[in-house]
Design a protein around this ligand. Structure first.
Ligand code: SF4
Ligand code: MG
Length: 317
């Protein structure tokens, strides 16, 4: 790979991609699972942004949501548990021309993958990360995850989870070099689509926590939020998530929030009376690791050989 050109797109002019071009295998998630909505939103963004399927890659770890790459008609890498980020960073480091989407769950990201999560935020490589937070390990049948609510009965804590749940949004906002943090819900397609689109267009590590329905194991948790929009706090700002005003009308609780204000974003994320949705933080000036790691990738082979030979000449006797 080294020394070769990185643009592998076939030179075919006037291609127009339809939704069919982004469809992979038939999704095997449970009926009513929020993952279906996220898949649809990403496929629509790929179509709207006309991303060539051969220049797009979906990466995941292990869990229900991590089946995501199988259902995309793009390249994909279904990785190991908790290891979506190192795989995605590796791809981005060597192929900066690819559009990278990462699908990870609350178990995958916030437990076994937490060390990778911290450093992936710090590396700030240009990719769109979707944290599917359904408050449970769904694939392994209802075990307590780091975000499981206190008192919620699971197979590992039948009398109720007893530790306070982790807040992935507040945590991400505390990591060094965070550049984009948003939160949305899977049952509002307009907000979900607008949030993921803003994340995709951000140059850097875009982290989106999606509150995701799991009707099989944690249905009651999201039912309350879904049926009572007054439990949601809609964040609005001219530089925030662009939303049709009609969509926002269902939420009685709104707040004007400047996404450049990190301290205020942290304060909002820590609220436990309402679930904030919208853009909490964005800073486009943060350093990106992929700017450094891709340096020199287009250097011709001849130039590389010449430099290597010059170096080796130091040892000529
Ligand atoms: Fe979705 Fe839950 Fe079924 Fe997994 S167990 S596919 S998260 S509804
Ligand atoms: Mg989960």
């Amino acid at each position: 790979m080294f020394g070769l050109k990185t643009d592998w797109t076939l030179d075919i002019p006037d291609r127009y991609f339809t939704l069919d071009d982004y469809e992979g295998n038939i999704a095997r998630w449970c009926p009513g699972c929020g993952d279906h909505a996220v898949l649809t939103a990403v496929q629509r963004i790929c179509r709207d942004e006309q991303l060539p399927p051969e220049k797009t890659v979906a990466v995941s770890g292990i869990g229900c949501s991590s089946r995501f790459p199988h259902y995309m008609g793009t390249y994909g890498f279904h990785g190991l548990h908790g290891r979506a980020f190192p795989v995605a960073c590796g791809i981005k480091a060597r192929r900066p021309d690819l559009h990278v989407f990462v699908a990870t769950g609350d178990g995958d990201c916030c437990s076994i993958g937490s060390a990778h999560w911290i450093h992936a935020v710090r590396y700030n490589m240009d990719m769109t990360v979707m944290l599917f937070d359904n408050f449970i390990y769904g694939l392994t049948k209802k075990q307590t995850s780091p975000t499981t609510y206190r008192g919620f009965s699971t197979n590992t804590h039948p009398r109720g989870a007893w530790l306070p749940p982790m807040n992935p949004t507040a945590a991400t906002l505390g990591f060094t070099n965070v550049s984009f943090m948003a939160q949305t819900v899977d049952w509002n397609p307009a907000h979900l689509h607008a949030t993921l689109l803003a994340a995709f267009r951000h140059k850097g590590f875009s982290f989106v926590r999606i509150i995701q329905r799991c009707p099989t194991y944690t249905g009651a948790l999201c039912d309350a939020l879904q049926r009572d929009p007054s439990q949601i706090l809609l964040l609005e700002h001219e530089r925030g998530i662009r939303l049709d005003p009609q969509v926002g009308r269902i939420y009685p609780n709104k707040m004007e929030h400047d996404p450049s204000d990190l301290v205020e974003a942290q304060r909002i994320a820590a609220r436990d009376d309402l679930m904030p949705i919208g853009l909490l933080f964005q800073d486009t000036s943060r350093l990106r690791y992929d700017q450094y790691s891709s340096e020199g990738m287009n250097t011709p082979v001849e130039s590389k050989i010449r430099v290597i030979e010059q170096e080796l000449d130091h040892y000529a006797i």
